[in-house]
Design a protein around this ligand. Structure first.
Ligand SMILES: [Fe+2]
Length: 292
């Protein structure tokens, strides 16, 4: 009776035209029908996964988490109710806009709009086709990918995502900050994807540090890196392999300033065999910012 996937994200962006180019020409995402004047993109059979709306925030404006069915949604509502957190039911107009069967929403401790839903729209008669020939993404039952959020009140935020939504800790990476000390980054899973959510315990003007898309084959990461270099989009971190999920990836800066991680080969987590670990660095090799 927990969250089973990150289903979709809504981004509020200043430069919609630059974002459209970036999504299609660099990331290789498939344009999808949009419910309004913004843009939507697909990465698998789900009708849409990323929603872009024009606005000043250049940040994540909402995250949609999927549960399996009505009973799971009811169980989550009861858990929130017992914890004293009000979940507002989505109006029919909102359900139609999101293309889901039922939805409730609230705000996380730092004010991010969080939606919980079941029953997304699938468009199996029009399979995912990338406009620039990208091979496809690891998505479907593993959801969109992962998001990394800043959390100014880590105890409350951990309680919200772990105890109320049902995320499980995968591991922790201690990031050394020199004389400033160190930060513990917490990585959480809700399906076999190593992490769907990571929390960085700092207050920041923006919530989203990056979102991650996982290619099915390594060559698609290489092709995407070539497109980044050709397009002039700023490379934020060079190719590297992470310590915890073992993902081979690079990071590119989006037109909004936060980053996209484009990766391949993340190891999977299975609750019956997984053991929580600690790491003292984020990467085995690569992921250099100074050379980017
Ligand atoms: Fe990541």
């Amino acid at each position: 009776m927990n969250i089973v996937a990150l289903g979709y994200i809504g981004l509020e962006v200043r430069d919609l035209a630059a974002w459209s180019k970036f999504c299609e020409g660099v990331l290789g995402l498939m344009p999808a029908a949009s419910a309004d004047s913004g843009r939507r993109y697909r990465i698998d059979a789900q009708a849409w996964r990323i929603d872009l709306a024009e606005g000043d925030r250049d940040d994540l404006s909402y995250a949609g988490f999927e549960v399996a069915d009505e009973a799971s949604l009811r169980a989550i509502r009861e858990r929130f109710h017992e914890a004293g957190v009000v979940l507002t039911p989505g109006e029919p107009e909102l359900l139609a806009r999101r293309g889901v069967t039922e939805l409730v929403y609230c705000q996380d401790p730092d004010g991010l709009r969080v939606e919980v839903y079941y029953g997304p729209t699938l468009v199996t008669d029009a399979p995912f086709v990338s406009p620039i020939g990208a091979g496809g993404f690891v998505a479907d039952s593993q959801g969109l990918g992962h998001i990394v959020l800043t959390a100014s009140r880590i105890d409350e935020t951990r309680h919200f995502y772990r105890d109320l939504l049902g995320f499980r800790l995968s591991d922790i990476i201690r990031m050394g900050l020199g004389e400033a000390g160190a930060l513990d980054l917490e990585f959480y899973h809700c399906n076999p994807r190593h992490h769907t959510l990571a929390l960085v315990p700092v207050g920041a003007p923006k919530r989203l540090l990056h979102f991650m898309l996982q290619a099915r084959v390594l060559d698609d990461v290489g092709f995407a890196l070539d497109r980044v270099l050709e397009s002039g989009a700023p490379l934020a971190q060079t190719l590297g392999r992470h310590t915890n999920d073992q993902m081979v990836s690079f990071y590119v800066k989006t037109p909004s300033g936060f980053e996209v991680e484009y990766g391949w080969g993340g190891q999977e987590v299975h609750d019956d065999t997984w053991r929580v670990a600690r790491h003292d660095k984020p990467s085995i090799w690569g992921h250099k910012r100074s050379l980017a």
